[in-house]
Ligand binder design. Structure first.
Ligand code: FAD
Length: 540
């Protein structure tokens, strides 16, 4: 077969130089160029013959003059079938014309062409040929032949395509997900993300959302983060509130994460396998569910607080009535004592009636005392003051909106919790905020504003509630904390007990409440609570 190839080459070409180069190998030992230092020709030809790549040599018109063994394996054509035929015999006729145009333009310009053609095997099946064609030049630099080298890359192309299709499928699945997903490498760099995640970049205005949430997760989990990372343990349901700035609303997200390890694919890791850890982070927007839960919670609180208010108003009415009766009772007691000192027998009957009035008055007071409803005990637990104030604002939002009050809510982020009664503290803040709303609605002030701030230092938590109402005159500032004192006309539920109760609740929490003497644009209540309290477990 070798001799036949060589004869064909000699008969159909003028490429004596090529034959001279190849002849010793085709004709056997002894054929030598005379240069003993050069590699034996037989070795050169055997190398081409046995090369694990389909090699063909053609004339200038692509008529095949020589093929090696691998060529026959790849194409199915033996040299007897194909010698003298054009390379176009291999064509499947589906390769676009412009590819051939480019091929011929390149090789005719004495350059090497590399590309992929669609060929047809002798027995009919198509295959993809990864082909390199190099022009062979004579001493004058003129093209005499072409050498073609190709491999069947159908399988690797199919695998590559499958991989790309899989990637596209995965991408389209994660892109259609309503949950933001992101893959982060061990340097916190985003490797892959989906459409929902991309939307968060502009929606949240927190820079790279992945870095922001990673920071929150690390802060919240502390040492646990390192532990689950090194053990590749996933996490779920880590909820975070993201405060919105400007027009952006507050949103809540539930975070979940899973680690996976990928073997490195670069050359460095070819013999020494190394791996890299990635985190798949999912961010689910739970704002809607959170708002629904909050609405439900507020509804429950409204019911609880209206019951509480009912109990308090009965208490205040009874205490007010007792207070009212007490004054004439005191006068009667004084009159009785005067008469008793005079030893005046003339007024014996009057003395007796006064005693009877007193006795029945005391019975009435005692009866009223018994009717005062109990305020239920409440548990002392760690309380988030910001959360309570937020709830109270939601409880009062209808009044605030109907009056058109501008609320400036400035909570200290990361406010520490304090031990206390949630219920009592909520009543306290509700009383102060209701007072502020009343003060604004009853005055004719142009600015209708309530500002609430929270703050803390090492020992105390501070709450400041100020309004732009008429304020409380200086001389009345201590009196407003006395029972049944009110700056408004008496009647209805204006019994003047609200601030008494507020002070009582602050006292129960070992706190301090005061009216800021330096504030003149309305009224500002300043409340402070100690952060650590050694306290019995219940407040009564
Ligand atoms: P053709 O008429 O042969 O050629 C189509 C176009 O190619 C022409 O319009 C023209 O622009 C250009 N062209 C053709 N011949 C020349 C020329 N002599 N000079 C300048 N431009 C020319 N093709 C495959 O399909 N599979 C292969 O594996 C393959 N291997 C090849 C290996 C070598 C070494 C060489 C030199 C070429 C190879 N070819 C291969 C290209 C092949 O020769 C054909 O050009 C191609 O198959 C198109 O064949 P055709 O009959 O459809 O069109």
């Amino acid at each position: 077969m070798k001799k036949k190839s060589l004869q064909y080459l000699r008969m159909h070409t003028n490429m004596d130089s090529v034959i001279d180069e190849l002849a010793p190998n085709f004709l056997g030992e002894g054929y030598s160029s005379g240069n003993n230092e050069r590699m034996p020709y037989s070795l050169f030809v055997e190398a081409v013959e046995q090369a694990p790549m389909a090699i063909s040599i053609t004339d200038k018109k692509a008529n095949i003059l020589y093929v090696n063994e691998e060529f026959s394996k790849v194409t199915g054509y033996l040299s007897t079938d194909i010698l003298g035929e054009n390379e176009s015999t291999l064509s499947d006729k589906s390769t676009p014309r412009h590819v051939y145009y480019d091929l011929w333009h390149t090789i005719s310009s004495k350059k090497v062409w590399r590309g992929t053609l669609c060929n047809r095997h002798k027995f009919g099946n198509r295959y993809l040929a990864d082909l390199t064609i190099a022009p062979m030049l004579n001493e004058q630099g003129t093209i005499t032949h072409f050498i073609g080298m190709h491999r069947d890359i159908t399988q690797s192309y199919e695998s590559e395509k499958k991989l790309i299709n899989q990637k596209l499928l995965i991408e389209s699945v994660i892109n259609s997900s309503p949950i933001a997903m992101v893959v982060i490498d061990d340097q916190d760099k985003v490797i892959l993300d989906n459409h929902m995640y991309k939307a968060l970049v502009s929606d949240l205005d927190k820079g790279e959302p992945a870095s922001y949430f990673l920071q929150l997760l690390r802060n919240e989990m502390g040492n646990l983060w390192r532990h689950i990372q090194s053990n590749e343990q996933g996490f779920t349901n880590r909820e975070f509130k993201i405060d919105g700035k400007g027009n952006r609303r507050t949103r809540w997200f539930s975070c979940a994460g899973n680690w996976f390890v990928e073997n490195e694919v670069n050359a460095d890791a070819f013999f020494e396998q190394t791996s890299k850890q990635y985190l798949i982070l999912t961010l689910t927007d739970i704002t809607r569910q959170h708002r629904q839960m909050e609405a439900l919670h507020i509804q429950t609180l409204k019911t609880l607080m209206s019951e509480d208010e009912r109990v308090r108003s009965i208490r205040e009415t009874l205490l007010g009535a007792m207070h009212q009766i007490q004054m004439p009772m005191n006068q009667i007691r004084a009159a009785e004592q005067i008469l008793r000192h005079k030893h005046d027998e003339q007024h014996g009957g009057l003395l007796q009636s006064l005693q009877q009035i007193q006795e029945s008055g005391e019975v009435a007071i005692a009866t009223m005392q018994k009717c005062i409803p109990e305020i239920l005990q409440t548990a002392v637990i760690p309380v988030n003051i910001n959360q309570l104030l937020h709830e109270v604002l939601l409880l009062s939002d209808q009044r605030i909106l109907s009056i058109g009050i501008d609320v400036h809510w400035q909570p200290l982020s990361q406010l520490p919790t304090m031990l206390g009664s949630e219920n009592r503290l909520r009543i306290l803040f509700k009383q102060l905020i209701d007072n502020a709303i009343d003060a604004i609605s009853e005055s004719e002030c142009t600015e209708q504003r309530i500002k609430i701030t929270t703050d803390a230092d090492a020992d105390l938590i501070y709450v400041c509630i100020e309004d732009s109402g008429p304020g409380i005159p200086f001389e009345k500032r201590t009196k407003v904390f006395e029972p049944f004192y009110t700056t408004r006309p008496m009647g209805g539920n204006q019994a003047g007990m609200g601030l008494v109760m507020a002070k009582e609740i602050v006292n129960q929490h070992q706190g301090f409440i005061d009216i800021d003497p330096g504030y003149e644009q309305g009224c500002r209540f300043k409340i402070s609570f100690p952060l650590l309290r050694h306290e019995s477990r219940r407040l009564t």
